[in-house]
Design a protein around this ligand. Sequence first.
Ligand SMILES: NC(=O)c1ccc[n+]([C@@H]2O[C@H](COP(=O)([O-])OP(=O)(O)OC[C@H]3O[C@@H](n4cnc5c(N)ncnc54)[C@H](O)[C@@H]3O)[C@@H](O)[C@H]2O)c1
Ligand SMILES: O=P(O)(O)OC[C@H]1O[C@H](O[C@H]2[C@H](O)[C@@H](O)[C@@H](O)O[C@@H]2CO)[C@H](O)[C@@H](O)[C@@H]1O
Ligand SMILES: [Mn+2]
Length: 441
Amino acid sequence: MNKFSVVIAGGGSTYTPGIVTMLLDNLDQFPIRKLKLYDNDEERQRVIGEALEIVLRENAPEIEYAFTTDPDEAFTDVDFCFAHIRTGKYKMRELDEKIPLKHGVVGQETCGPGGIAYGMRSIGDMIELIDIMEKYSPDCWMLNYSNPAAIVAEACRVLRPKAKVLNICDMPVGTLRRMSQIIGKQPKDLDVRYFGLNHFGWWTSIKDKEGHEYLPEIRDYVAKHGYLTQVEVDTQHMDQSWQETHKKAKDLLAVDPRFLPNTYLKYYFYPDYVVEHSDIHYTRANEVIDGREKEVFSAAERIVEKGTAKNESFSAGSHATFIVDLARAIAYNTHERMVMIVENNGAIANFDDDAMVEVPCIVGTDGPEPLSQGKIPEFERALMYQQVTVEKLVVKAYVEGSYQKLWQALTLSKTVPSAKVAKALLDDLIEANKEYWPELH
Ligand SMILES: NC(=O)c1ccc[n+]([C@@H]2O[C@H](COP(=O)([O-])OP(=O)(O)OC[C@H]3O[C@@H](n4cnc5c(N)ncnc54)[C@H](O)[C@@H]3O)[C@@H](O)[C@H]2O)c1
Ligand SMILES: O=P(O)(O)OC[C@H]1O[C@H](O[C@H]2[C@H](O)[C@@H](O)[C@@H](O)O[C@@H]2CO)[C@H](O)[C@@H](O)[C@@H]1O
Ligand SMILES: [Mn+2]
């Protein structure tokens, strides 16, 4: 069996140890000959890199391994790049969340002004990463889950339309896992129909392989409890803020009970509630810095100190398993059905062809083939049109260096109450992001 060479970009990410653990657990499904970690932060890369060196030595010494900040070393001779970079790291995520709150607006990693600011930071780095990949390994596929995925995907469509980049999000997988618990099934037993944008969508059908429809049963549960199942799916989702988000899905469902909502709609349907329940002094970024980041980095440091990983384990979560499924689909033409972010081109019949939408696709050696989701109702369509236009304006603002277009993007966001607030916010965001954004005029 062919063995693959993989580089993880954002090798110092909190997700890297979980992903490597999951790759090692699945070597029979996806054999690896070479594994490299690449990050532009030497210190973060060193801690995670040294710990994983010990993990590999103890579990899979046959895999050639390296960690580096050198793009040439990282990207030479690779078949797959798993990309999860965070331009500006948690320091900037914290500002993305806190600056909007100062203006009474939702402060969130990927939604509203925070997502727009993060998008403006990520586009340049993502395009650079694609160019590096194509320079050193022209046949390599990039499986990208760097956020904000909607804006990054639109930037790839506009700036690198031919690149072998697959944009994905694990929220549909994570929520399907919760749904499967509700009905006592496994995610692999179920096929979904879904339409929307990234972090902005709805399930219209959840069927088993015999064709039985479970949506009504799941809806009855979600109407009472949201997606709260109390079974530990992903460790960080036991955090208070995620528990509240899963619970809040019941109020999202109430707005249109025909479909099962993505939890991220909370920031668009109930921004007032979100702001009221936010603490400007302690946002999700702080929770992650004090939680996941500390846990992962302390575990890595303990491994290095002891010289063994025998008593440590990293949790993989649904985020990680999704990636092996996708890599296998490309490598072995498995025709796996997966929800992905792709150019619409008719998949949603009454939506723009050039919109980056999130729909189920059949994935094989040539990439994803979107499945037709038919026509969508006016309410969802109008919401999606507003949001996709925000995302397109951000990319245009980046490309043209346009202050005006970014102001329009913020004004159009459903999370922002007026052009006045949008302008004040924009000026604060420009100041905070001057190290990262192109100059706007
Ligand atoms: N699509 C999804 O569903 C999904 C799910 C989870 C996380 N994510 C995303 O994955 C990314 C990582 O998340 P995290 O919480 O582990 O963040 P993190 O800050 O722990 O890790 C990101 C790493 O990327 C590195 N980095 C930044 N710019 C880089 C560049 N240009 N080249 C190489 N490395 C670079 C940073 O130094 C850091 O070590 C984020 O973008 C996050 O939003 C996406
Ligand atoms: O606040 P964070 O950093 O914990 O999470 C933000 C990310 O949340 C989603 O990803 C989840 C995923 O849904 C879940 O199944 C599991 O794997 O954990 C992930 C991280 O919590 C979302 O899809 C990402 O885009 C966000 O970055
Ligand atoms: Mn996501």
